[in-house]
Design a protein around this ligand. Structure first.
Ligand code: AMP
Length: 434
């Protein structure tokens, strides 16, 4: 038993898994650029009030899951690790006067989030999100564009059958009346409600609708739907979002129980699911419109919309598809430099250094072991080529062995980098030797 382990609910991403995350980060960054989103990086912790106000005090995320950092009395501050990116990004939008920039301000950030949740499959205390925010656009067209961007991300990641669940949760004009209707509907059943739901009935009744408690299923199925009670502007907005999605050929399902866990959402709310897993706890990602948030955090009233797509669950979903999407393992060197004279490490190091300076992923075998052992280790590394240094070096030559083809040729040291570049290219494209 090791003395220390990663904290409960966290895990080390070992190189193969880290490579899977890196691949998703690369797709995220490429797509974000393509859609006109620029990168921002906010601190991993904020004044806890940013989340308490911005996410909402009566949400799981703040009530139960916020990772609070011990108060430093001399500063009187209270901090918390970010449980989600939107509140921090909106805080930055206000702090840096981004209201004066051309609107909408389109921002993206990919990084770890922290929730002190009960750990279980697909639910971690540190997890990664690809986040997109468009602040300053009231929609509805951008709502559809963002949903389409989310779907494009999943498709490139290798999940091309992700389902879109959509709802409108109204706004400050129509939600208060809906909440009253909802309380009136649940109140006669208060005694039968599970404890958590009973406690929330008056504080945040919409959360009852996405309760995971099976005891709620029947009551929820018959609950009044906000889509029937939207005010005229919200109804028009929702219809327009749907029209734009249809124009893009995006299929979606209206899900009246989709209310999202965070208080700041208005109107459009959406989630992405692996088909067959809707309704469970395991959304792949989600987002929505937050037209009240900028004002709530002290800025001028400004509409906004965004999403957070969890990377962990994509990696898990891809792994579950029986190796189907197992990528070629990253990090294998193109070439390993080995030598007949085990002691001649300086020359091997020099050759590998020159290859790396020429842009080739190369390593030298720097152990003082026999040539046979060096070759075995190069094969284990999944290198495509070995460069063997022997007596030919006196004439400025080395042996270049193609491990996949099994062929070997004498190559001038001066020509080695060029040969490796063209050899690697034909390897990648399924061609012949160097
Ligand atoms: P949320 O803001 O709760 O809708 O989260 C957005 C996405 O982040 C979810 O759909 C998940 O993919 C991911 N996510 C949220 N919480 C966790 C968690 N505890 N562990 C892993 N992924 C999470």
């Amino acid at each position: 038993m090791p003395t220390y382990r990663a904290p409960r609910g966290t895990r080390d991403l070992l190189p193969d898994e880290r490579a899977a995350f890196r691949r998703l980060e690369t797709i995220a960054s490429m797509l974000a650029r393509r859609y006109g989103y620029r990168e921002i990086e906010t601190p991993m912790f904020e004044d806890a009030a940013v989340f308490e106000r911005g996410v909402g005090a009566v949400t799981d995320v703040v009530e139960k899951e916020l990772f609070r950092i011990a108060r430093r009395t001399e500063e009187g501050d209270s901090w918390a690790l970010r449980p989600e990116p939107t509140a921090g990004i909106v805080r930055a939008y206000i702090e840096h006067g981004m209201q004066t920039w051309p609107q909408p301000v389109k921002l993206t950030m990919t990084g770890p989030m922290f929730r002190h949740d009960r750990p279980q499959a697909g639910r971690f205390r540190q997890f990664w999100q690809f986040d997109i925010e468009a602040i300053g656009d009231p929609g509805p067209a951008i709502d559809a564009e963002i949903i389409e961007l989310g779907r494009a991300f999943y498709r490139l990641a290798g999940l091309d059958d992700v389902e879109v669940l959509l709802n409108s949760i109204g706004d400050a004009a129509c939600r208060p009346a809906y909440i009253k209707t909802l309380i009136a509907y649940f109140e006669p059943h208060a005694a039968e409600l599970p404890a958590l739901e009973r406690e929330r009935l008056h504080k945040n009744p919409m959360r009852l609708l996405d309760s995971k408690d099976p005891a709620m299923a029947e009551l929820n199925a018959a609950a009044p739907r906000i889509s029937d009670l939207l005010c005229e502007p919200c109804r028009i907005h929702f219809a327009a979002v749907r029209e734009h999605l249809e124009a893009l050929g995006i299929t979606y399902r209206i899900e009246p129980g989709l209310v999202r866990g965070l208080d700041y959402y208005t109107r459009t709310a959406f989630e992405f699911f692996v088909p067959g897993r809707e309704g469970g706890q395991q959304a792949l990602g989600g987002g929505g419109r937050y037209d009240g948030l900028v004002e709530l955090l002290g800025g001028h009233p400004t509409p906004g919309i965004g999403f957070g797509l969890g990377l962990d669950r994509i990696v898990i979903a891809l792994e579950a598809r029986a190796g189907e999407a197992r990528q070629e393992l990253e990090g294998a060197p193109v070439a390993v430099v080995v030598g007949a004279d085990p002691a001649a490490t300086a020359v091997r190091l020099k050759v590998a250094t020159d290859l790396r300076a020429a842009g080739i992923a190369a390593r030298a075998d720097l152990g003082r072991r026999k040539l046979g052992k060096q070759l075995e280790s190069a094969a284990r590394d999944r290198a495509h080529f070995v460069v063997i240094i022997g007596d030919e070096l006196a004439d400025g030559n080395v042996q270049l062995k193609d491990l996949d083809a099994g062929s070997q040729q004498l190559v001038a040291l001066a020509d080695l980098a060029r040969k490796l570049v063209s050899g690697e290219r034909s390897h990648r494209h399924g061609g012949g030797d160097a």
